[in-house]
Design a protein around this ligand. Structure first.
Ligand SMILES: *[C@@H]1O[C@H](CO)[C@@H](O)[C@H](O)[C@H]1NC(C)=O
Ligand SMILES: [Cu+2]
Length: 180
């Protein structure tokens, strides 16, 4: 009887270890409460210097996930008033994504931590002053609109890239076959 139980236990143990565990990429490594909602933004749709969509409304705990098309784009968080300059040392920067065709193998994820507007741009060359900017949770009752943000950027110099990737997670594309 005892030996039968031992065998059953051993079989159960090996079965359990064969079940795949959740992979590390399932959630960004933040302690915030996540909603499970992901907003996909594509950088460089149709070879244009745009983010699509460039105006996202998200809840706290949602993930913004940027996908990159050719050629070599990035995202950097800025202030509204200085569109092509990094907000701070710790605000997000995705690094550059130099790719020739298709979409990048990696994406950049940022978790929305509060309900304040988030302004961002691409730091490549003059992409920022050319209109490659976006907003998350702009205040639609305010004068600080995405349109005005893009107007301000026209007068800005080349986009400034922070020294290192920060403020988000650069990870393998979770849905590589889904297209963008
Ligand atoms: C991508 O752009 C960055 C910033 O301009 C540059 O340093 C890097 O060399 C570029 N990569 C390629 C492969 O063009
Ligand atoms: Cu760009």
């Amino acid at each position: 009887m005892l030996s039968t139980i031992t065998i059953v236990l051993a079989a159960t143990t090996s079965l359990v270890s064969a079940i795949p565990t959740r992979t590390a990429r399932d959630v960004p490594s933040v302690t915030d409460e996540l909603t499970g909602v992901t907003h996909t933004v594509v950088a460089g749709r149709a070879g244009q210097l745009i983010f699509d969509p460039d105006n996202v409304v998200a809840d706290i705990g949602d993930v913004i996930e940027w996908h990159y098309l050719p050629a070599n784009h990035s995202v950097v968080q800025s202030t509204f008033d200085a569109p092509c300059l990094p907000l701070s040392d710790t605000s997000f920067f995705s690094g550059f994504f130099p790719i020739k065709e298709g979409q990048s193998d990696e994406v950049f994820q940022v978790v929305v931590k509060d309900d304040k507007p988030i302004w961002y741009y691409c730091a490549q060359g003059t992409h920022c002053s050319s209109g490659m900017l976006g907003a998350i949770n702009q205040d639609f009752d305010s004068d600080k609109t995405l349109r005005e943000f893009k107007e301000l950027a026209k007068a800005a110099g080349p986009g400034v890239a922070p020294p290192e990737i920060t403020g988000g997670e650069r990870i393998p594309n979770p849905n590589p076959n889904s297209g963008v």
